[in-house]
Design a binder for this molecule. Structure first.
Ligand SMILES: Cc1ncc(COP(=O)(O)O)c(C=O)c1O
Length: 382
């Protein structure tokens, strides 16, 4: 007989409290609601210091930061961009919105990141950009990717939506390529609900991006006192973050050690608590490359023997919300139409997508709940 549900455990929840509330209240009290104001500037400065990057532009989302990157690099129809198919739709949407073409490359079976050894075979005379996605906050092989980009004269735009607070070879994810993009969505390690950042060490790209972000105007230069009036100087859009959310984000960034520390403790408990399942051949636990640090963003297991959906629904019946992802982009209805049915052959992506299960993860998930989740998980396998 199935035991009755003792607890309900959500998959993800933002960890926010009094300090975040007071920060938003302060922005409102100061009537600082627009974008690129005092709080945005302070938060951008903090991001530059924390992640050792020259320029940080806050945006309304990581999707918009990626879109801003594509606009800044003047991606044009016919240009090609190399990316994994095992990612969120945003990584590819921003390419197609410019009229450029996504070229999907398979992933590594251990890290679920783009397989750097397969990138060169995908390069053509039309390739302009490589977009590595740091899955679960684990850095892609950025040494190999930067080397390929240099030899073929390509830009690198890091989708570091999940990479906030993790490093590759001692450098913060999102600061290694020409441009990097963070997400501060409600599900992320550091969150302001909806938000993102565009990072670069290239001052020319930063100046171009700040104009596009502000509807094609040089308002940012005006606010710095560099011009005496601001005007329309290029094609642009509206990607600035409101000061209220920038104020909240600053508090979250200041809590980075605590928020990521908690996630890592949860991650480590899951890791040791699933060792036996792995020894029995029932699951495969996450594998980290020696150059990558872990920010505890996601704990994902591969469930062997085609049992993922069965295990996921058994956990749900016990009140525990576990989720899968991603439905691979290359075989999504939109991409099948786009490529007239010529679906790329990406066997590792297909296998990982069919087998992957994520366990609940958020910074205030108690270790008692983590132990409970592990007990339930071990039981459903028996
Ligand atoms: C890999 C990846 N890229 C981009 C995004 C988009 O981020 P946002 O929701 O901030 O637009 C996400 C969101 O989950 C993501 O996981």
């Amino acid at each position: 007989m199935m035991e009755t549900i003792q607890r309900t455990i959500q998959f993800s929840e933002p960890t926010v409290g009094e300090a975040e509330y007071l920060a938003v209240q302060r922005a409102i009290q100061m009537k600082s609601l627009g974008g690129d104001g005092k709080f945005c500037r302070e938060t951008e400065k903090l991001i530059c210091e924390m992640f050792n990057v020259k320029h940080a532009l806050l945006t309304t989302s990581c999707t918009h930061a990626l879109e801003l990157a594509m606009m800044t690099l003047e991606l044009k129809p016919g240009d090609e961009v190399i990316l994994p198919s095992f990612t969120f739709t945003s990584t590819a949407n921003v390419i197609i919105r410019q009229g450029a073409v996504p070229v999907f490359v398979d992933i590594d079976p251990d890290t679920f990141n783009i397989d750097a050894s397969k990138i060169e075979a995908a390069i053509t005379p039309n390739t302009r950009v490589i977009m590595p996605v740091h899955y679960a906050g684990q850095g892609c092989d950025m040494d190999a990717i930067m080397d390929i980009a240099k030899r073929h004269n390509l830009y690198v735009v890091e989708d570091a939506a999940q990479g906030v607070g993790a490093n590759w070879n001692g450098r913060a994810l999102g600061t290694i390529g020409d441009i990097g993009c963070f997400s501060f969505h409600a599900t992320k390690n550091i969150s302001c609900g909806e938000g993102g950042a565009f990072l670069t060490n290239n001052t020319k790209l930063a100046h171009k991006a700040e104009i596009i972000r502000e509807k094609g105007t040089n308002r940012a230069a005006f606010l710095r006192g560099e011009v005496d009036k601001y005007t329309w100087v290029s094609l642009g859009s509206s990607f600035v973050l409101t000061d209220m959310l920038a104020a909240l984000l600053k508090v979250q960034l200041e809590r980075t050690a605590e928020l990521i520390g908690n996630r890592k403790a949860i991650w480590n408990t899951y890791y040791s608590g699933t060792a036996e399942l792995e020894a029995k051949g029932l699951v495969k636990r996450p594998v980290f490359h020696q150059n990558a640090t872990n920010n505890g963003h996601i704990f994902a297991l591969l469930i062997n023997n085609g049992r993922r959906d069965e295990i996921m629904s058994a956990m749900k019946k016990r009140g525990i919300s576990c989720t899968f992802h991603y439905v691979p982009l290359h075989s999504s209805p939109f991409m099948v139409d786009y490529f007239n049915g010529n679906v790329a052959n990406l066997p590792v992506t297909d296998y990982v997508s069919e087998s992957l299960l994520r366990l609940p993860m958020f910074a205030h998930l108690s270790l008692l709940d983590v132990e409970y989740i592990l007990t339930q998980l071990n039981e459903v396998f028996n």
